[in-house]
Design a binder for this molecule. Structure first.
Ligand code: SAM
Length: 376
């Protein structure tokens, strides 16, 4: 059971085990002429996981397919993976929703920086709702950014949301700049000055509150690089929040196999030994300057935060009889939320952000049927 589980966890988080689909080779990753290394390929795997869960009815995201090409998945990874993807999106979506609501309530501009954003579609979903923040910056490796920029330039639904249209996708620079607030930049996160330069170029203002999304990315960085990245935001004068989702628990049999499997796939979890637990996640955020940090295993998050009705709904979608395996898998991932208010004090706008805020449905939700598209 152990090796099947460990394969599963690679599949779930970062590198999966062989969807068969048109245009995608048996290893599950796109083979379209780009030279990408093992870590860059994890963006495709994470995207494929979301697409499968969306197809299975866990949530709706009409923009996912825009990044997947015409061909869809022919085979779902199954209930355990899909449910795990749902739990992951519930946690990160909740952080986004709370942050955007808190900034709106305080009349404060909001900025979101998504580190290792991969093929994330959230900005388009927020834009469709008219809820995008002043600035949404996505940073990833150059190769991933080029592919994403190309997809944006090609797909009418994606570039149609940018007022400048397809011209906004500056493919030569491998970047996208849009007056609508969407910015896509290449930077190697192991080099914090390169990250700072990319953010400055994208219009990031350290004096305004920033939500940092780090979904399965810090764990790939050497520990000192991850700490430097977190400190860049933890020390920013505008304060903000940090939402992390990544592997923990490398020291038990399951964890050891997970680590070995990912190393063999050229996506070594370089930061895991230095940040192996929820307590270590909290300590890293506090050391970086966040005043409050909480981390829990994703299993605990799912059971505590996702409403009973929503859990009942998703648990009816597909039969999951490997409950013990599901619990083991989800206890090897942590979700963390850290907060630092730029102004401090009892009325601090981000003071109410909570890791365990109840989730009744995933955020961002799809636009209501028949709703007019929001003005750009
Ligand atoms: N956050 C996205 C999601 O959940 O779909 C993608 C997650 S994927 C597992 C990890 C991402 O981190 C990949 O897109 C990868 O290219 C990016 N990444 C890893 N190391 C990086 C680095 N040193 N610099 C920039 N991006 C990096």
């Amino acid at each position: 059971m152990e090796s099947r589980l460990a394969r599963t966890t690679c599949y779930f988080a970062d590198g999966h085990d062989g969807f068969d689909r048109d245009g995608f080779a048996h290893d599950g990753f796109a083979h379209d002429g780009f030279d990408r290394d093992g870590v860059a390929r994890t963006a495709d795997a994470a995207h494929a996981g979301r697409l499968a869960a969306s197809d299975a009815g866990y949530f709706a995201d009409g923009f996912l397919r825009c990044f997947a090409g015409a061909a869809g998945l022919r085979r779902s990874p199954g209930a355990m993976i899909n449910r795990g993807t749902f739990a992951r999106l519930a946690a990160i979506g909740s952080a986004c929703e709370q942050f955007l609501d808190a900034c709106a309530a305080a009349g404060s501009p909001a900025q979101v920086v998504s580190l290792g954003a991969g093929l994330d579609t959230r900005w388009w979903a927020l834009h469709a709702l008219g809820r995008q923040p002043r600035l949404w910056v996505e940073v990833d490796q150059e190769e991933v950014v080029r592919r994403k920029a190309l997809a944006i330039g090609r797909d009418a639904a994606l570039h149609g949301a940018l007022p400048e249209g397809a011209a906004a996708a500056s493919l030569e620079r491998g970047a996208v700049s849009s007056a609508a607030g969407y910015q896509l930049r290449a930077a190697d996160l192991r080099d914090v000055s390169a990250l700072e330069a990319a953010l400055a170029d994208a219009g990031w203002r350290p004096a305004e509150p920033t939500l940092v999304l780090a979904e399965c990315v810090l764990v790939y960085l050497p520990p000192e690089a991850a700490a430097a990245v977190v400190a860049l935001f933890g020390g920013a004068p505008g304060g903000g929040a940090l939402a992390v989702y990544e592997q923990i628990g490398p020291d038990d049999p399951f964890g050891r196999t997970m680590v070995d499997n990912l190393r063999r796939r050229n996506c070594a979890l370089l930061g895991l030994a230095a940040c192996p637990s929820c307590a270590a996640q909290e300590a890293r955020a506090r050391a970086a300057g966040y005043s409050r940090a909480e981390a829990v295993p994703v299993l605990e998050y799912y059971e505590a935060a996702v409403s009973a009705d929503e859990r009942r709904r998703v648990e009816r979608l597909e039969l999951l009889d490997e409950l013990e395996e599901w619990r083991l898998l989800l206890s090897h991932y942590a979700v963390a939320l850290a907060v630092r208010d730029g102004r401090g004090g009892a009325d601090a706008p981000l003071g109410a952000l909570s890791l365990r805020a109840p989730v009744a449905r995933l955020f961002p939700p799809p636009p209501a049927r028949g709703a007019d598209p929001p003005p750009s």
